[in-house]
Design a binder for this molecule. Structure first.
Ligand code: HEM
Length: 451
């Protein structure tokens, strides 16, 4: 009995690690071989059965941390199986769940997606029943710390301490993309950490302490924008090739069931929080965000839901200084000048909202460079689209037009009426002329990969 207990304990500790090694080293090789027609797609399921499914532990034996790590691994396995099945099976796209038919787990023969859902529950995070932004990006990539002038302002933990980034085919471009997104989220976390205390009832939004927070948040967003521009400006062998993004990486975001929500940057919770903290004039944006809720974690759903139901900070700011958006729009230059002279905090808030919009513009540029423009070229050349995951829209269905619209909505912010007065004297003009990848004196953000 004692011996059994010990071996069961060892099983729980060892097996997920073996599965992890297989996902890190073997799965990418196998995926590459199948994509190059050097291995039949059926080999993946055979090997998954032997190296993964037959070795999985009882779900209840897993600690939440072990469950999280296993979930990341099973997410890569599930995505790989789903992709190859649908790409190679006539009618596969219409019945994606069939991909998992030959994948019972363990002696009890638990269906793969059922086992996955059980592991998701065991994490205690409210994770979705398939791979997600959280599992692929936040949990997968190591801990990232954001340092501002040498002081740590945010830490976004990962759940592995091996310094490795799991990916579908092991190509550096995939790893760089996951890293970029997590770096972005870490900076956003720091920004939200500065802004959230201002969202409590009766918070002072115009005093020196609030202004300091707003200015620091603007510096951080400026650094995020430069991170994006730098990624776009580096040669593709130092970032990622658009073809790789479109034909290799994105095709692993196929459906597991017809109506599920595939992983996407749109599920970055810190970006959603920032939109609700700063406000966004896009009709239906709340519903759009709520549609994504199932694919978020429980804590994220709660936090975003709370921010959604409260007035955005710039609206509270205007109330605090006794005006509103319509008043601002109807004011002449003289009135606005007097208002700013009375409440110089308006300048800081204006700069913050402007930088928020500029980050959105930089992101739009990334989406055009790595997806929408090359797909337009393919369409013009008569090459058409990918059958599995369309390159004419994002994985949750956002089109180029929609991304342009929400970027414009961020530009049309509550303080936009101040633009004619402030355009020449704010960070807007200074940063416009910056060398995109430079780290000038105004860019003291350091991102460190810890662990
Ligand atoms: C090469 C880099 C990138 C490309 C090509 C890209 C592309 C895209 C695409 C196509 C969408 C639409 C998604 C959908 O339909 O679900 C999207 C949305 C989004 N992505 Fe990215 N993305 C990149 C980098 C990033 C990074 C680094 C972040 C986070 C820090 C991020 C955060 C978001 C967010 C929040 C959305 C929702 C739309 C919005 O709020 O503007 N993306 N991205």
């Amino acid at each position: 009995m004692g011996t059994d207990e010990t071996s069961a304990e060892v099983m729980v500790r060892m097996v997920p690690e073996q599965v992890g090694d297989w996902v890190l080293d073997e799965l990418p090789r196998l995926n590459e071989a199948i994509l190059r027609d050097q291995a039949p797609p059926g080999r993946l399921v055979t090997e998954v059965r032997e190296h993964v499914l037959d070795r999985l532990p009882e779900i209840t034996q897993l600690t939440p941390g072990q469950a999280q790590r296993l979930l990341v691994h099973l997410g890569f396995v599930g995505a790989s199986v789903a992709r190859h099945y649908q790409e190679r099976t006539p009618g596969g796209v219409e019945h994606p769940e069939q991909a998992f038919a030959g994948m019972p787990v363990g002696d009890a023969g638990i269906p793969f997606r059922g086992y996955f859902a059980g592991v998701a529950e065991q994490t205690g995070t409210g994770h979705y029943g398939r791979d997600s932004y959280a599992s692929l990006v936040r949990w997968n990539v190591g801990t990232i710390q954001v340092l501002l002038r040498g002081e740590m302002v945010a830490e976004l933990p990962g759940i592995f301490d091996d310094g490795r980034i799991r990916s579908y085919t092991g190509t550096p471009g995939e790893e760089r993309f996951f890293l970029l997104v997590k770096q972005g989220e870490a900076i956003e976390l720091a920004v939200n950490g500065l802004l959230e205390p201002l969202a409590v009832d009766h918070a002072d939004l115009i005093g020196e302490s609030a202004r300091h927070r707003v200015r620091e948040a603007t510096v951080l967003l400026g650094a995020m924008r430069r991170l994006f521009l730098d990624f776009a400006n580096r040669p593709s062998d130092q970032t990622m090739a658009a073809e790789m993004f479109m034909d290799v990486f994105r095709q692993f975001a196929a459906h597991w069931t017809p109506d599920d929500i595939p992983p996407s940057g749109a599920l970055d919770p810190e970006a959603l929080k920032r939109d609700f903290l700063l406000g966004i004039a896009e009709p239906g944006y709340d519903q759009q965000a709520r549609r994504l809720f199932p694919a978020l974690l429980e804590r994220e759903r709660e936090e975003i839901g709370e921010l959604m139901s409260a007035p955005a900070l710039p609206l509270r700011l205007l109330t605090a200084i006794g005006t509103d958006e319509t008043d601002l729009r109807l004011s002449d230059d003289g009135d606005l000048r007097r208002l700013i002279a009375h409440h110089p905090a308006l300048i800081d808030w204006y700069r913050l909202l402007t930088m928020h919009a500029r980050v959105s513009g930089a992101h739009l540029m990334l989406s055009k460079k790595f997806l929408f423009k090359p797909q337009r070229q393919r369409d013009q050349d008569g090459l058409g689209d990918r059958r599995l995951v369309s390159n004419r829209a994002g994985t949750t269905g956002m089109t180029e037009t929609f991304l342009e619209r929400i970027t414009r909505a961020r530009q049309r912010h509550v303080l936009a009426a101040l633009r004619p007065l402030l355009i020449g004297e704010t960070a807007e003009s200074t940063l416009d002329s910056e060398v995109p990848c430079g780290r000038g004196a105004a860019a003291p953000v350091v991102l460190e990969l810890a662990g």
